[in-house]
Ligand binder design. Structure first.
Ligand SMILES: C[S@@+](CC[C@H](N)C(=O)[O-])C[C@H]1O[C@@H](n2cnc3c(N)ncnc32)[C@H](O)[C@@H]1O
Length: 265
């Protein structure tokens, strides 16, 4: 397996905008609401949005903590922060900083709630980063981490061998593609207590560009082309197959995301 590209390299302006549009599809909007419900954010709290990306989660946090609360969004990719700042320009309780999750710009025990959605799977130094997260959460505060295991993907295809090659190669875009399997233990070792895990599924049963899975095909296709012998023709055929299977009323995609809620004693 080759080394995963850095987050800064993966999220240039184009990729950041593309991810934003995928994260605005109704299925992802609904999933974000499910995650926010597990966070139990309260008015007046100090919240941290780690790897805030285009600021959709930051905006949801700002609504939850209200104008008596504060939200700090941090990300390592400057193009993401540009989008996030535009999104939250009219929300005074929000500010953003460019930083790495390994060096959070927060005092010890200063944060009531932290959210990191689809972030730690990108972080090579995961255990040090989780200790850094635990450092900034106050006693009684909580962190909610959301991560995906793409081996949970069920994606209908006329060519299962090609589908497996595509998904195995896509695993190479991050250093921890199966992070959910070890994240509870890692959070506990980093200083969180009573870590609970919930599964939040994404399900698409029609071929529709306004869904997560069809939106992700360009991103996945762009990454895997030229890796592990997958040619541009292979990827064109993979995409065309999804259209064809959709036309037969056979489109089916399901992916599990895992939500970890950890508290600081
Ligand atoms: C898949 S996006 C998720 C964005 C957002 N959390 C959401 O769910 O809408 C992952 C984000 O994590 C950020 N990220 C990855 N590694 C990071 C690191 N070491 N420090 C800070 N941000 C990081 C990326 O730049 C990107 O914006």
């Amino acid at each position: 397996m080759t080394q995963a590209p850095s987050a800064e390299d993966q999220f240039d302006e184009h990729a950041s905008r593309r991810l934003e549009s995928i994260y605005l599809t109704p299925d992802v909007v609904a999933q974000r609401a499910q995650v926010m419900a597990l966070l139990h954010a309260q008015p007046g709290q100090h919240a941290l949005d780690i790897g805030c990306g285009p600021g959709l989660t930051t905006q949801a946090l700002a609504e939850a903590v209200g104008d008596t609360g504060q939200v700090l969004g941090v990300d390592i990719a400057a193009p993401m922060l540009t989008i996030a700042r535009q999104r939250c320009a009219a929300t005074p309780q929000v500010r953003f900083e460019l930083c790495d999750v390994n060096a959070l710009p927060c005092d010890d025990a200063s944060i009531d709630i932290a959210l990191a959605s689809q972030v730690y799977e990108y972080v090579e130094t995961i255990d040090a980063a989780l200790r850094e997260l635990a450092r900034v959460i106050r006693p009684g505060g909580r962190a909610v981490l959301v991560d995906t295991d793409w081996e949970s993907a069920v994606w209908a295809s006329h060519d299962d061998v090609r589908m497996r090659r595509v998904l195995e190669t896509w695993n190479e875009h991050i250093p921890h593609p199966q992070l959910p399997r070890t994240l509870k233990r890692r959070m506990e070792e980093a200083g969180f207590d009573s870590v609970t895990v919930t599964v939040v599924p994404l399900l698409n049963s029609v071929y529709d560009r306004q869904t997560y899975s069809v939106g992700m095909m360009d991103m996945i296709g762009g990454f895997v082309t030229g890796r592990n012998g997958l040619s541009a023709e292979d990827i064109a055929a993979w995409k065309a197959d999804a259209v064809a299977i959709g036309a037969e009323n056979g489109y089916f995609f399901s992916l599990s995301r895992y939500v970890f809620v950890g508290e600081r004693a």
